[in-house]
Design a protein. Structure first.
Length: 468
């Protein structure tokens, strides 16, 4: 193990319990054959008297060491699978994106570690409400670094090949972990943000909803929303608003939610009534200590923008971004890629996916079901991690060799062409010589024929004179 890994600035990790048997995955989110990977459950000490569950998954065939991958989840109370309940996924069934990734990679040659967030149990159940309310971004970063050390300590893991895959909030954590832990070779940012969380939250809660109210709900484009227009698109309300704009009274009549139609004209002005209402909700989220994750939110607000620190990441970087994502718009990924390019970062790749949303599932505008990750995204992730020749110096060296080979082949072809031209010139000279010889022979033949004809004519004339 590298000495620098031993110097990680985290508390000493105690692995309290390791399952004695290796068990194949019982749930296959990707349809992967159960025998394609094995798993080992681990209980990990985070702080004094605080533990959390984790699981290492690795290939069935081979003893390793395998390249190691740590999965770092998005915001909220997430378990190791990044479990999304049916009502959140809008698909009628739960979604487990991190289980998908773990199955896909571990069945293809990687050792993958995923873990419950502190104070969180299976399926995202909060085990300690007070503890969860006190969680900060710095707590989550320390926990992820603890997991990084646990990953490196596993006998199945190649400590020379460690990667971090961060999704959403995890894409804020991952580059900062890589900066402080240069042993990390690869960083994958899925649905990453470039700007600060305050800007992102304002987009999610105010700017985005206003734009799509104008584009989606306001069908006659008069700047006013009617109850009929809102009712017709009510299924979208839960997607881009914290609460429905309408409420149903006891007689089944639909009315504006209290506090919206401030002038009482029966219509909702997008800019004079809806916008202030959205701004007030955002203000309440930011200022009220009673709001969930208030402490976490302000700890993230205090961070530098990821855009300002991304160029300091020494690891190779892959950015994967759905072009239909409304939580972290694709423009965020473009900003990160521009910064990496301008800073001459030696190895970074951006892949965007048309029509995919925040969990890389098909999305149309603000219709954003949080479904399973699409196969092509997993394929790209695996292919990028598997390629060991992405180092720019290696790539440059390989390109130089290819160019040298091309030049050598070109020189050989030019030499062959010169030989052929010379051969053709020689054949042409011989042909010219043959032509000249043919001409000479023809001239001689014609001369002989002329002499023979002249002799014959003279003989005939002499015979005629003799008769006369």
């Amino acid at each position: 193990m590298k000495a620098s890994l031993l110097r990680l600035g985290v508390a000493m990790v105690a692995v309290f319990a390791i399952a004695a048997t290796l068990t194949p995955g019982a749930v296959s989110a990707q349809g992967v054959a159960e025998e394609a990977y094995r798993s080992r459950d681990v209980v990990i000490d985070l702080d004094d008297d605080l533990t959390t569950d984790a699981q290492l998954m690795f290939p069935v065939v081979g003893s390793g060491p395998f390249p190691g991958v740590l999965l770092v989840h998005g915001s909220g109370p997430m378990d190791m699978d990044e479990y999304l309940p049916p009502e959140a996924s809008l698909m009628g069934e739960p979604v487990r994106p991190f289980l998908q990734i773990a199955e896909y990679l571990s069945s293809r040659g990687f050792a993958v570690l995923r873990y419950h967030k502190r104070y969180v149990g299976d399926e995202g159940i909060v085990l300690d409400e007070a503890g969860w309310a006190s969680v900060t971004f710095q707590d989550l970063k320390r926990d992820a670094e603890t997991m990084l050390k646990v990953l490196a300590e596993q006998p199945e893991v190649d400590v020379e090949s460690i990667s971090i895959v961060g999704h959403s909030e995890g894409a804020i954590l991952a580059p900062r972990i890589a900066i402080d832990n240069p042993e990390v070779k690869n960083v994958v940012l899925m649905a990453a943000s470039a700007q600060g969380l305050s800007d992102l939250v304002h987009f999610q809660m105010v700017q985005g909803p206003i734009y799509h109210a104008e584009q989606t709900i306001d069908t006659n484009r008069d700047g006013l929303l009617s109850i009929e227009e809102v009712y017709a698109t009510r299924e979208l309300q839960a997607v881009f608003l914290n609460a429905s704009l309408l409420i149903e009274n006891s007689t089944g009549e639909w009315l504006w939610r209290q506090g919206l139609d401030t002038d009482g004209d029966g219509y909702l002005s997008i800019h004079h009534e809806l916008r202030p209402w959205l701004e007030s909700h955002l203000e309440m989220l930011v200022t009220s200590e009673a709001m969930p994750m208030h402490t976490w939110l302000h700890s993230v607000f205090a961070l530098e923008d990821t855009l300002d620190i991304i160029d300091a990441v020494p690891a190779s970087i892959l950015i994967q971004q759905g072009e239909g994502d409304i939580q972290t718009p694709v423009s965020q990924a473009y900003l990160l890629e521009q910064k990496l390019t301008s800073a001459n970062h030696p190895d970074h790749t951006l892949i965007t996916y048309p029509g995919l949303g925040h969990t890389f599932y098909p999305a149309v505008a603000w219709n954003q079901p949080l479904g399973p990750i699409q196969e092509g995204v997993l394929h790209d992730l695996h292919g990028w991690l598997k390629d060991r020749d992405r180092d720019s110096r290696t790539v440059n060296s390989r390109m130089e060799e290819e160019i040298a080979d091309l030049e050598s082949n070109l020189n050989d072809q030019m030499a062959d062409a010169d030989y052929r031209i010379g051969d053709l010139e020689a054949q042409g000279a011989q042909l010219q010589s043959d032509v000249e010889s043919s001409k000479t022979i023809a001239y001689i033949s014609l001369s002989i024929a002329a002499v023979v004809a002249l002799v014959a004519a003279r003989s005939s004339l002499s015979r005629r004179r003799s008769r006369s």
